[in-house]
Write a protein that binds this ligand. Structure first.
Ligand code: SF4
Length: 494
């Protein structure tokens, strides 16, 4: 597909929009109109500034059919270059969307909202003092969001606000990454190494990690920060042996001041990595929240995605955690897993609800570039966008009926149907860490390989990141360098 651009270079935005409506089309951008051949399948997007207003024209030619859209938007000459650029981008996307809607039957419930979190827009409109009705109107008319998604964005934003308001200005979150898993899931693109293949790295990794935890504890104290939440994720932290798990948790308790911690989560993602001994250790060191993640309760899908456990193992691990006194358990599920139907997904949700976890996080399948699934995509049946939409509609209603409400939301690249991931919870069981990482109102200090520290400066509204290396072996070798990188925290806040 040829795409002619004039008056702007928003290739990224146009490409995202094209993928929403005409998936898999190869795109070639051209900037010289004489290269256009009217018999081609092509799109043109032309932006003009006519003084005080911009006009955008989109023309889509598809198999002899021609559809057009023109929009004009006024702008204020006192706008900053950044604001002007945002206005232009959103006009280019809107005009494209309206032209594409005329030729494509694809349902796009988030409208032109690609590459931006819907709740960010809602939060800034709430801050401007807009009413719910006005916000909904803006989402519907300026971004072509569906009524149901606009309501979801508003619900989530208000629930997030409740959590954000309770945080102290000097509070931070702490993330600790364990990059090992029993096996690698079909769709995974995280820093995760099969524990069997990476066995020889576990001990040196834990030593390096504990040095980084100690160094980070010193920085946190020197900065006068209070740790509000701790999240040990990965990978699958519970893949560690009880000895290493105890070493890790005792290091956290020794080097991090836990007095202000309101929430301490350990991901126990795979049920086949959990036993009584490990759960007792987790409890002993004060972790109060667990995440046991079935992803699906269908045996055939568990096998397809490369998880070596049965649905019954999930039920057993959950019961074990409950009997040891864990009163805050999250479960992750995925809508749109390969080869799954809407009924299979509903079955997962119903079985998960029977266990009555405090929260359920519903991810929509996303086909990550670095995943095995992407490499072998032709071997699987990928769920159609309409079926995934049905799964999510069912989820919203089902969660409401079971007294769980949406409290955080995010979207990813290549997510099926351009849909969303939503965390649902019972009242007062929101995960603080999840809300803070999404809304970027608090610094999150992250340790371990592949960890990304996010430094949020609310005074100047700027965010900077410190990246650790992704490879386990490199992380171990270059741990001194990782510690030095962490010292940037001092510079950034000085
Ligand atoms: S459990 Fe999570 S981190 Fe581990 S392989 Fe599966 S998706 Fe990746």
């Amino acid at each position: 597909m040829k795409v002619y651009l004039e008056g702007h270079r928003y290739e990224y935005e146009i490409e995202n929009m094209i993928h929403l409506f005409f998936t898999n089309k190869k795109i070639e951008f051209i900037y010289d109109k004489y290269q256009l051949n009217e018999t081609d399948i092509f799109i043109s997007s032309i932006l003009k500034n006519t003084g005080g207003q911009i006009s955008v024209s989109t023309r889509i030619v598809l198999n002899g059919d021609v559809k057009e859209n023109n929009i004009i938007q006024k702008y204020d000459s006192s706008m900053s270059p950044d604001e002007y650029s945002k206005l232009c981008k959103s006009a280019v996307k809107l005009s494209f969307y309206r032209a594409a809607k005329q030729v494509s039957p694809v349902n796009v419930p988030w409208g032109t909202l690609t590459g931006i979190r819907p709740t960010k827009i809602v939060h800034s409109l709430i801050q401007e003092g807009r009413s719910d009705k006005e916000i909904e109107k803006i989402l519907l008319e300026q971004y072509e969001v569906s009524t149901e998604k606009a309501k979801l964005a508003l619900d989530v934003a208000y629930n997030e606000l409740k959590i954000l308001k309770q945080s102290q200005p000097n509070s931070i979150g702490l993330y600790i990454g364990i990059p090992f898993c029993p096996t690698r899931c079909l769709y995974c693109s995280f820093v995760s190494n099969s524990v069997q293949r990476a066995q020889k790295f576990i001990e040196p990794y834990m030593e390096a990690l504990i040095r980084e935890i100690q160094h980070t504890g010193t920085i946190i104290n020197n900065m006068g920060w209070q740790v509000e939440s701790i999240y040990i994720g990965g990978g699958t932290p519970t893949v560690l042996t009880p000895v290493f798990l105890e070493k890790l948790l005792s290091a956290v308790c020794a080097h991090i001041n836990l007095q202000s911690v309101k929430e301490f989560t350990v991901e126990a993602g795979r049920p086949d990595t959990i036993d009584q001994e490990k759960l007792r250790i987790i409890k002993k060191y004060g972790a109060s929240r667990l995440s046991i993640n079935p992803q699906t309760m269908n045996l055939s899908t568990l096998q397809t995605i490369g998880r070596c456990h049965m649905p019954e193992d999930i039920v057993k691990s959950f019961g074990m955690a409950r009997s040891l006194g864990f009163g805050n358990i999250n479960m992750d599920v995925i809508a749109g897993l390969p080869d799954e139907t809407v009924d299979m997904y509903k079955n997962t949700l119903i079985q998960v609800q029977e266990l009555d976890p405090e929260s359920v996080t519903v991810h929509t399948m996303s086909i990550k570039r670095a995943s095995r699934l992407n490499e072998k995509i032709d071997e699987y049946t990928i769920t159609q966008a309409n079926a995934v939409q049905d799964m999510l509609l069912f989820t919203q209603q089902f969660m409401r009926e079971h007294n769980k409400y949406p409290y955080y939301m995010y979207r990813q690249k290549n997510i099926l149907g351009n849909l969303e991931n939503v965390g649902y919870c019972k009242p007062n069981f929101e995960c603080i860490y999840n809300v803070q990482i999404m809304e970027e109102k608090q610094s999150i200090i992250a340790v371990g390989c592949g960890a990304v520290t996010k430094m949020v400066n609310l005074e100047n509204n700027r965010i900077e990141r410190i990246f650790n290396v992704k490879d386990v072996e490199e992380y171990i070798k270059r741990i001194d360098e990782m510690l030095i990188r962490k010292n940037k925290i001092y510079e950034y806040f000085s």
